[in-house]
Design a binder for this molecule. Structure first.
Ligand code: ARG
Length: 420
């Protein structure tokens, strides 16, 4: 009998899928549950898969790989989609796809399957990644193929004797991993509606319930990657978990985003990303000390492109390899310590230091010890402004009366709708 490897979460969709695939495609299902920090009872999930009829149920701990090969590069890149979303869900997809392909190879499966709907980004990320890594594997997406509503699915499960723990009280669709928690559906589909408190699970409401005293934390970075908290070395998984908890208690990392999906839909998602919020700010703080003005400016462009390619499912692309090489190069001096203050829903960088700092006190100071050559400023200003003064004299000033003010004749008239 041929087999299919199904990415199994233990939820309603993928539970029903085990039986549905068997019926529709006559394939044996191997359930693969991947831990990317989703906080679930994994042995119980695997047991449920077997009960429903999976011939095998595998659990893979992908957390360390997720952090090392997906989260850290995205952090170093400063990847944030549309200025708001730190990309937790989007980053885990290419790892899950890779593991699905690896298990499919090891098990000699002819197909892989996932529980994505036909409306979202995740189907694109999975399918494009799988097609890129293993073009010969067939992809089955039951939820995209069957036309069942949630109630239909529950009825199907009952009829088939599929044991499901329908925690259907929750009206939300939730996806989570170490880098963040994504919540959509229910009342959140109304962009005017304030998210109810039950949307949040990782963050305390920053309205009086967070600690009265701020917490300070020192984060040590090596080449843009955080390696220690308050001077104590920790592995990546622990570091992210610790900060999620610490910042979550202070209500940090709530994001309310109307985003542009790849498939053309605008959707509203609530994110909780305490660690990501802090670490992205801390990495950038260290960059502000160690990158030149032009490096920082160019990296902002790269960050936008990097975020887009993660969001759009292009992880396994040559463009990604090229951008990643650039990003790694930018991080070679991004080592040092950032001191952050966590309080009442906000995190603030309050201190930063680095052996490779470009900050020069003797150049910056207004006090004694000033080494900056003030006289050189005059020559600089003359040359910097030379194109402007030249153009003003050749083109702008002759066209208006000498008495008339240049600002008045141009900008103000333009804003008033009068062109000259
Ligand atoms: N909108 C996010 C993305 O496309 C998250 C998608 C999954 N969200 C969810 N609540 N299941 O990356």
């Amino acid at each position: 009998m041929s087999t299919v490897v199904l990415a199994y979460s233990g939820g309603l969709d993928t539970s029903v899928a085990i039986r549905w695939i068997k019926e529709k495609y006559d394939l044996d299902v191997i359930a693969l549950t991947i831990d990317v920090g989703n906080d679930r009872d994994l042995p119980a999930i695997a047991e449920r898969a077997r009960q429903i009829g999976a011939v095998k149920a595998l659990i893979v701990d992908g957390r360390a790989d997720f952090v090392r090969y997906f989260v850290w590069p995205a952090l170093q890149a400063g990847a944030v989609y549309e200025g708001q979303y730190p990309l937790a869900t989007a980053l885990a997809r290419p790892l899950i796809a890779r593991l699905m392909v690896e298990v499919a190879r090891a098990e000699g499966a002819v197909a892989v399957a996932h529980g994505c709907t036909g409306k979202g980004n995740d189907q694109v990320r999975f399918d494009v990644s799988i097609n890129t890594l293993a073009p010969d594997l067939k992809i089955i997406a039951p939820v995209r193929e069957w036309s069942m509503t949630r109630d239909n699915e529950i009825a199907y499960a009952a009829e088939q004797g599929i044991p499901i723990s329908v925690t259907s009280a929750s009206p939300y669709s939730v996806d989570q991993n170490l880098w963040g928690r994504s919540v959509e559906c229910g009342i959140l589909e109304d962009p005017w509606a304030e998210p109810p408190s039950d949307v949040y699970a990782w963050t305390v409401a920053p309205d009086g319930k967070t600690p009265q005293e701020p917490t300070y934390v020192e984060i040590t970075f090596q080449n843009g990657i955080p390696v220690a908290l308050n001077g104590e070395e920790v592995d990546g998984v622990t570091l992210i978990e610790t900060l999620n908890k610490l910042a979550g208690e202070h209500g940090i990392g709530r994001i309310d985003h109307i985003e542009n999906r790849l498939v053309g839909i605008k959707s509203r998602e609530i994110y909780e990303a305490p660690s990501a919020t802090i670490l992205l700010a801390a990495n950038q703080a260290l960059e502000s000390l160690t990158l030149s003005r032009d490096q920082a400016r160019f990296k902002e462009i790269v960050a936008g492109e990097y975020a887009r390619l993660i969001y759009n499912g292009q992880w396994y692309s040559a463009l990604h390899q090229d951008l990643a090489a650039y990003v790694q190069s930018t991080q070679r001096f991004v080592s040092g310590v950032v001191r952050m203050k966590l309080y009442n829903g906000h995190s603030a960088v309050v201190g930063r230091k680095s052996e490779h700092s470009l900050y020069s006190h003797s150049l910056a100071t207004y006090d004694t010890g000033d080494q900056f050559d003030h006289n050189a400023a005059l020559g600089f200003i003359k040359l910097w402004g030379l194109p402007l003064t030249t153009q003003a004299q050749a083109q702008l000033l002759p066209s208006i009366g000498v008495e008339e003010n240049l600002l008045k004749s141009s900008t103000i008239q333009l804003l008033d709708g009068k062109t000259k």
